[in-house]
Design a binder for this molecule. Structure first.
Ligand code: ZN
Ligand code: ZN
Length: 334
């Protein structure tokens, strides 16, 4: 009996250290925020959707989403503010034109905080062009109030900035002033994929490696090791949300939108939880290194095979793009 009691007491004592749990009822010191009930990609008229939708998660974290009408990828980019520096993850996809809204958002933050200038670190979740297309514009941004420190999306620059000696096993970090952001190397979707963990809000940003949509896997073994690295990293930390780079999943379980869909009237919510990481790991184990597509409730595992962009698939994609553009820009047929 005493043994049982000891075990019970011991587990009570160690559980907050071993698991990502926080004290009831206030949930610890995580900075809270909110996510929108609907994004503007869920409305059908391109004329009414701004190039970028800015969402204030809380006063020091902004989530910007590119209009579906400028590019079907409609990625998210994330803008964090610390006391000394700001950090932008990704610069958007083709035709994004991020600079005007980025400049406005930073300047509004400066005005609200009675500041005249801030350094802005610009870095990337990974090098794919739907997250780096705005690089040249952001790099060339001339504004006395915003000093851009640009980190190119290549392996050497990424290792140098984050102070990584051993890729992909080391964890990097940057302090923005009262706000530490950790970086976990997660190659697999691409060679230079990274995940960011914001300690203030307990949000994990895994880029294209986990989001409600198609998880394209380039290197299956590396992807599995990276998923396990994220699970280990978060084992003793709270995770409020996992926020990825896209939404391609519909709100119907197990169902994604076809590749190239612009208008997504019933899309899945952006946020996933740490449980999704465990589910992803389970799917990766189940396919035992033999690449095949697996539809899950909230996302689809999609190892990249030769068939992804076959001539037939490409034709279907182009046809879809034409139909989608007609639907959202020209309402005469509706
Ligand atoms: Zn990608
Ligand atoms: Zn992407």
């Amino acid at each position: 009996m005493r043994f049982v009691l000891t075990i019970a007491l011991l587990s009570l004592y160690v559980s907050p250290c071993l698991w990502a749990q926080l004290p009831e009822p206030d949930g610890g010191a995580i900075e809270r925020g909110s996510l929108p009930a609907r994004w503007m990609s869920q409305q059908p008229k391109c004329m009414e959707i701004p190039e970028w939708q800015v969402h204030e998660y809380n006063p020091n974290l902004y989530i910007l989403r590119q209009s579906p009408c400028t590019d079907f990828e409609k990625p998210f980019v994330y803008l964090f503010f610390g006391k000394e520096k700001a950090l932008l993850m990704d610069t958007g996809s083709r035709n994004g034109n991020l600079v005007p809204v980025l400049r406005r958002t930073v300047k509004n933050w400066l005005a609200r905080n009675g500041r005249s200038s801030i350094a802005l670190i610009v870095l990337h979740s990974h090098p794919h062009d739907d997250h780096t297309a705005g690089d040249a514009d952001v790099k060339a941004m001339q504004d006395p109030a915003i000093q851009v420190e640009f980190v190119p999306a290549d392996l050497e620059a990424t290792k140098r900035f984050w102070g990584i000696a051993h890729w992909p096993t080391d964890i990097g970090q940057v302090n923005l002033g009262g706000r530490v952001i950790d970086m976990i190397p997660i190659p697999g979707h691409s060679d230079v994929s990274v995940a960011l963990y914001d300690r203030n809000t307990a949000i994990l940003l895994p880029g294209d490696s986990l989001y409600p949509g198609r998880l394209y896997v380039q290197d299956l073994a590396a992807f599995r090791a990276s998923t396990e690295r994220m699970i280990r990293f978060t084992a003793d930390k709270p995770v409020s949300h996992i926020l990825g780079n896209h939404i391609e999943q519909s709100s119907t379980p197990f169902l994604d939108y076809p590749v190239g869909t612009m208008y997504q009237p019933n899309e899945h919510e952006l946020a996933l939880s740490r449980g999704s990481l465990l589910e992803l790991e389970e799917a990766l184990v189940s396919i035992e290194g033999r690449p095949r597509r697996v539809a899950m409730r909230d996302f689809t595992l999609w190892p990249v095979g030769a068939e992804f962009m076959s001539g037939e698939a490409e034709k279907r994609f182009e046809q879809r793009q034409m139909e989608e553009k007609a639907k959202m820009w020209d309402h005469s047929e509706r």
